[in-house]
Design a protein around this ligand. Structure first.
Ligand SMILES: [Zn+2]
Length: 600
């Protein structure tokens, strides 16, 4: 398989009927030149999802998703870009031409397919071995005692690795694979003496699959007490990055999309027990905390992540980082703390366990509320310095809460004031000045931008329109008008600089300067965040009235923001002369703005 040629890519885009493709997922009705409907990416009652059949773009004004037909298929079907193009080409009868490409790239792809095949064959072997072999009898008994039935074990491909040192090595080689290949996918490892042997022996094997159900690695649980680590995973390889994987995502993705919620648990057997008990939106993090990458993976699919983890782990530093990623993506992280000493698999196996688990999930509390509670619970209120520490810690958590969570935050502030015996106004003012731990909407916490000026596609935030700052709303409005009125827009695109814009806005600005004619015809498919914003801007450009006056006014207001940032920087640098000069500039600008407003 070689690269798809730009010509046939263009034909796919032109031929595919975006309204038809999207209609399979939500009912659309015509409204003027557009089609609108309930967003298939988030739960809503009034339609904020808009499809532009001419430009072949979609955008949700509620959750911020957007892009072209290919993007929609990628997101909704969980496919890669190439697979999405192939699916559409197939459906609309477009013959895909491939480009001649670097033979090394082709070789790499073939190599990867070979390795995938090796992993698949091995997984199938382990699974058959669990059910058929004498030496797996104890493993079958153990899984049975944990209440796991054959049906769920087979569905997840659970298996057993033989105790022999070289079973997998020999089988692999007999099937034509090299020892290097076995080592590359983490099935074989080299001993001190230089010889190779099977990495997994005498263990219950859990294949770890990606969204599409391809096995990329394994988790192995020891069956004997003399076996060293209770759990051994595939080592990090080019193939397998544990921190990015969610165990069970291939079986859970449909239920997750339907419920717009994922239930996150620690272990393999927890996931199995929950799926067996009807909680099909359960996935495993294979550790004690959810990682930033895992949050990013889920952020396109869910609004709510319920962590059913050990209560202690929910207070961890790692959780704060995960929350930082979730903040601003219209994603709530909730905690359903498991009772001490009990994991979800234990609970599900016990009488009435499913009901108890359901009640825990339904009663889950916001991560921030949970963390504040944890700090308060552990504070010795008889010590003033302890109370100070608790105030600082809780203030940081509360400062990171989103703009829309005013009532929840005030409720927490009252709890903190009461427990620490402080005046509520003191708590409030501490929250206002606190540095948010998890970023939230403050610009200082914008994620790093790589040298190419692009963030990785998984990091695309899903931010509700209501959560935009006024600067972001203003810059979007101005950029959309530059698209609507390209001749006049040119002047403003030239005048705008990074200092006027948010980081994402600056990338959109650069994109519009590079693609002035038709910004949406070739959306960047490796940068979902930018693609979604460009789609939004093009749709806005068709919707909102544009005029030279309102463009000018928006620009001047952004200019005022820029000046104010410079004034405070000069103040901080004790450069009073510069500050005075800038202040005069600002005064003149404010007057210009007032004049422009009168004209408008
Ligand atoms: Zn939406």
């Amino acid at each position: 398989m070689a690269l798809i040629s730009p010509d046939s890519l263009e034909r796919v885009k032109q031929t595919a009927d975006i309204v038809e493709v999207i209609s399979a997922h939500t009912d659309l009705r015509r409204q003027g030149a557009r089609w609108v409907g309930l967003c298939p990416f988030h739960e809503e009652r009034t339609p904020s999802f808009s499809v532009d059949p001419q430009e072949k773009l979609y955008h949700c004004f509620g959750c911020g998703v957007g892009g072209d037909t290919i993007k929609f298929v990628e997101e909704k079907e969980g496919l890669s870009f190439t697979d999405a193009v192939e699916l559409l080409a197939d459906r609309y009868g477009v013959e895909l031409e491939r480009e001649k490409e670097d033979p090394r790239a082709e070789a790499r792809r073939q190599m990867r397919r070979r390795l995938e095949e090796l992993l698949d064959r091995t997984a199938a072997f382990y699974a058959a071995y669990l059910w058929d072999s004498e030496e797996a009898a104890k493993a079958r008994a153990y899984l049975g005692e944990r209440g796991l039935g054959e049906e769920v074990l087979r569905a997840f491909g659970v298996g057993f690795a033989p105790s022999a040192w070289d079973k997998i090595l020999l089988r692999g080689q007999r099937a034509g694979f090299k020892v290097d290949e076995l080592r590359e996918v983490g099935l074989a490892q080299r001993g001190r003496g230089g010889g190779e042997y099977d990495r997994f022996r005498s263990r219950i094997m859990f294949p770890i699959r990606d969204r599409r159900g391809r096995t990329l690695g394994f988790g192995g649980r020891a069956m004997r007490s003399d076996q060293g680590a209770k759990y051994v995973n595939t080592a990090e390889t080019d193939f397998f990055h544990k921190s990015q994987m969610l165990y069970g995502i291939d079986r859970a993705k449909a239920a997750i999309a339907k419920a717009a919620r994922a239930v996150v648990v620690e272990g393999y057997t927890d996931v199995l027990a929950l799926h067996q008990g009807g909680f099909e939106e359960a996935v495993g993090v294979m550790g004690t905390a959810i990682t930033e990458e895992q949050v990013a993976t889920l952020s396109g699919m869910v609004e709510e992540v319920v962590l059913a983890l050990d209560a202690d782990s929910a207070g961890q530093e790692a959780m704060l980082r995960a929350q930082r990623v979730a903040a601003g993506r219209r994603m709530r992280i909730l905690v359903a703390p498991m009772p001490a000493g009990e994991d979800p698999a234990d609970m599900m196996a016990a009488e009435g366990g499913a009901e108890r688990f359901r009640a825990l999930v339904e009663g889950a509390v916001e991560l921030s509320a949970f963390q504040v509670g944890l700090v308060l619970e552990r504070t010795d209120v008889s010590s003033p310095s302890e109370r100070d520490r608790a105030l600082n810690e809780t203030a940081s958590v509360m400062a990171a809460m989103e703009e829309g969570q005013v009532a929840s935050r005030e409720e927490l502030e009252r709890r903190v004031a009461e427990r620490l015996d402080l005046d509520p106004a003191t708590v409030r003012s501490r929250v206002v000045t606190a540095q948010p731990l998890s970023g939230g909407l403050s610009s200082s916490a914008e994620p790093e931008i790589s040298a190419s000026g692009r963030r990785s596609p998984q990091q695309a935030p899903r931010r509700a329109a209501a959560a935009l700052t006024s600067r972001e709303r203003r810059e979007r409005s101005l950029l959309a008008m530059c698209i609507a009125m390209p001749a006049e827009g040119r002047e403003f695109l030239d005048a705008l600089s990074e200092a006027h814009l948010s980081p994402l806005g600056a990338r959109a600005h650069a994109w519009l300067r590079e693609n002035p004619e038709d910004p949406a015809s070739n959306l960047p498919h490796d940068d979902a965040e930018l693609a979604a914003l460009i789609a939004e801007l093009v749709i806005l450009a068709g919707d909102e009235p544009a005029s030279a006056e309102s463009m000018k006014l928006n620009f001047l207001l952004l200019e005022q923001r820029r000046l104010e940032a410079e004034i405070s920087a000069a103040g901080e640098a004790d450069d009073y002369e510069r500050r005075a000069a800038l202040s005069r500039e600002r005064a003149a600008l404010v007057e210009r703005i007032a004049r422009t407003e009168r004209v408008g």
